[in-house]
Design a protein around this ligand. Sequence first.
Ligand code: APR
Length: 267
Amino acid sequence: MTRTSAQELSNTELVGTIEQIATIISESHYVVGMTGAGMSVESGIPPFRGADGLWTKYGVPRMDGYSEFKKDPIGWWNRRTNEKIDAHIVELRDALTSAKPHAGHYALVGLEKQGYLQSLVTQNIDALDEKAGLENLVEIHGNRTKLRCIDCGDRVSLGDFVPLYAPDSCIKCDGIVKFDTVMFGEPIPSDVMVAARTEIDKADCVLAIGTSATVRPASGLLWIAEAAGATIIEINPIETKLSPICEVSLRSTAGEALPLLLQSLSD
Ligand code: APR
């Protein structure tokens, strides 16, 4: 198990560890990425936990968002427009609106195109993987640029449009429509949960990038993969609860490590 800490990481160690990860990936048959908020930090979107985390700054939000929504969906939509919204939502929303994919997102697309990455399960709702051109993508916590019917699960892409008032009911089943983003207290939609588990069950290597590995059921997939014999690789500037089960933990950032990994595998 190789571990390098950001403080000690010299360029030689960075390159050496990248090559170690590249060797593991090139010898694997089915590599699945699992990304978290850290993947998008270099796109200007703050993470939730840790020194620069939104929850660290503003406190952990209420966990009953979904039950509140279901009590009064129209009122929820109207409050979204009219009432003062939490500071952390304003900070996150502004960052999400202006965010663009960074070199790390494009490196994952390169790994996919060259057959070194079979799929990506992301916990992020920012749609940056989709914008970068990633194809085999499972957005386990939803996608902020889509609406989803909570009755039939039908999803509709919003593009750049941001609804200010309650959208019409579902065109397929006349059900209640919300943002595709999974709210606190909302079960993960079964279609993406099944898709994510299917990918993890196929994986002999999982590349965990920018996740604190603390929020189930998404994070639980990492331990499921490890228990099934998959090699777990972590790219994260700091140690996480996942680190002890990682074959390699690279103390680097997504924007630094992933282009180097693509280059190493492309040489
Ligand atoms: N590159 C890689 N990793 C980074 C970077 C970076 N540039 N910057 C920070 N990180 C790491 C942090 O060290 C941390 O371990 O990214 C991780 C982010 O952790 P969290 O903020 O907990 O995000 P995540 O793991 O995605 O949280 C899971 O929790 O709040 C919910 O729904 C939300 O999807 C989110 C879920």
